[in-house]
Design a protein around this ligand. Structure first.
Ligand code: AHR
Length: 340
């Protein structure tokens, strides 16, 4: 499936299309030469995927979604790299995909910034890049063909709006409310977006006091540590905003050990993000008040984009996926189908 069209022609077509529509496309590939046990078959699409790491249950489900979707049966030769939370490892993996002349590079960027150079190299090599899950902040948007994932800022707004309504329902709309935040990996779009969205709503409520926001790296162990620190530092915490379920599980351990109650009938209202199965069970039993969904099942979306690009079709540059808010009122409807 190597590219036979000239790079200059491709650049001209992509630039024109992007300028006119904000979209991108990739002309149909031609047939690959090699077909041995260890090399891509002649009709296979070669995809290099750089995954951030394996920090959370969400991430495991995300990896599985790609590994299941990008199978030989589905026409792919799939190269997978786990960057173990390091941007330098992701950059190395992307460079290795470029030197192997893959047909597409897909990656989930650990942080928003720092991608201009390596994506410029992919562009110079004529390899389309699809950004998945977290987004990138680059000078030139044409450095990537498309992005697909959850709108993290909208997720943060949903958390804020849910809290607003909950406080109204319980007659505490005007009461002083003390909040603490467990943040995900610093400078990741998940951390930046969820913080920004939530704080947009919080700003409208001078009675919401955000006592602390600290990086707990999206992991259970750090979630527990940081929550222990919060519990020692503040006399009264009314609301915990935890930017993923794994940190929430750690925070719950810390609250259990400190004898602090939480959830529907507890002292601390818990708002979490992701909505993995274990967390939705906790929504059902009242331990988590609200869980803001972020879908890890992105493999099929990226597959659809690539299949369209292979046909020479135009795809939108921005592809946000639909996401919900789970509470005790609606969770029973969705829990039986939750696979991860
Ligand atoms: O980018 C998505 C976030 O990254 C998820 O909320 C978190 O669990 C993961 O590690």
């Amino acid at each position: 499936m190597k590219r036979k069209w000239t790079f200059a022609a491709l650049l001209a077509m992509i630039s024109l299309c992007a300028a006119l529509t904000g979209c991108a496309f990739r002309p149909q590939s031609v047939v690959r030469q090699a077909d041995t046990e260890h090399e891509p078959g002649s009709s296979q699409i070669m995809v290099g995927y750089s995954q951030i790491g394996s920090e959370s249950a969400w991430r495991t489900a995300n990896t599985q979604s790609f590994q299941e979707t990008f199978s030989p049966e589905n026409g792919y030769f799939f190269l997978f790299d786990n960057a173990r939370q390091k941007q330098e490892n992701q950059i190395k993996a992307i460079r290795s995909f470029i030197s192997q002349q893959v047909d597409y590079i897909v990656f989930s960027p650990v942080t928003e910034d720092g991608w201009d150079t390596v994506l410029g190299e992919a562009k110079d090599a004529g390899i389309p890049v699809i950004v998945s899950d977290r987004s990138v902040d680059v000078e030139d948007e044409s450095l990537y063909t498309a992005w697909v994932g959850g709108d993290m800022t909208a997720e943060g707004v949903r958390a804020g709006k849910w809290l607003e309504q909950d406080l109204e329902k319980s007659g505490r709309a005007d009461a002083d409310i003390n909040l603490v935040v467990l943040q995900g990996t610093a400078r990741s779009s998940a951390q930046v977006g969820r913080s920004k969205g939530f704080e947009e709503v919080a700003k409208q409520h001078p009675n919401w006091h955000i006592l602390a926001r600290q990086d707990a790296e999206f992991t259970t162990a750090r979630g527990k540590e940081v929550m222990e620190h919060y519990l020692k530092s503040f006399d009264r915490i009314d609301v915990l905003i935890s930017q993923n379920d794994d940190m929430t599980f750690g925070a719950m351990e810390a609250m259990d050990e400190a004898g602090v109650t939480y959830g529907k009938d507890g002292q601390v209202t818990v708002i979490s993000f992701d909505s993995v199965k274990k967390a939705l069970e906790m929504v059902q039993n009242g331990k988590i008040n609200a869980d803001i969904e972020c879908s890890p099942l992105l493999g099929p979306y990226v597959d659809r984009l690539i299949k369209k690009l292979e046909k020479g079709e135009i795809v939108p540059r921005s592809n946000p996926v639909d996401e919900k808010v789970f509470t005790q009122e609606n969770v029973a409807r969705y829990l039986p189908d939750r696979r991860y």
